[in-house]
Design a protein around this ligand. Sequence first.
Ligand SMILES: Cc1cc2nc3c(=O)[nH]c(=O)nc-3n(C[C@H](O)[C@H](O)[C@H](O)COP(=O)(O)O)c2cc1C
Length: 209
Amino acid sequence: MTNNKPKILVLFYSMYGHVFALANEIVKGVEEAGGIAVLKQVAELIPEANWDDNIRNAKELMKNIPVADPKTDLEGIDGIIVGTPTRFGNMSAQMRNFWDRTSSTWLAGGLVGKPASVFVSTATQHGGQETTIITTLVTLLHHGMVCVGLPYSYQEQMRIDEITGGSPYGASTIAGGMGERMPSVNELKLARDLGRHHTGIAGKLMGKV
Ligand SMILES: Cc1cc2nc3c(=O)[nH]c(=O)nc-3n(C[C@H](O)[C@H](O)[C@H](O)COP(=O)(O)O)c2cc1C
């Protein structure tokens, strides 16, 4: 908590930039709701020698985003919004690696009672948007966090006139099999909504847990 404003960690991994694009909107939503957004990426595990041009281009865009330290970056936050591309319906190994290094926070109950939200990218419409969010929330529930989704009151998730991410579980985008589709206007709006909604709940929980 800083000056009574909720401090929200927006923690993401992105290989080709889709999750990063959602993360930037979430940051705006957090700030619009009066929160302090801290944007961090988790450490890459793929050796640079193995990056293709698409990865290299995305990494260039993200080069100024600090890499989160699992020992220190979970301290003093009032909420966390976690973003990951799907890997076979689950979070990426890079994001898993971060959480597997958080046992000292877990032992201390450092995140108990704080809100947690998730946002994702999949290649295809049914490639695991919901499973990735829900299985990521399992880890956050083990930390004692309070799950915050995206209520149906954010009605853009119900559109059927175009393909769109966004669900009661959280924000999302569909990247296409070759990563050729970037988040749509609708998906970016829902990501921003998630940031705002999450921050409002973090503010309500502050001092009461
Ligand atoms: C090992 C691997 C497994 C993947 N598994 C899935 C999957 O189960 N379903 C799917 O729709 N996309 C899958 N993808 C595609 C990624 O989710 C896609 O590249 C990602 O959403 C793009 O987000 P980013 O640009 O932020 O990295 C997989 C990609 C890799 C490399």
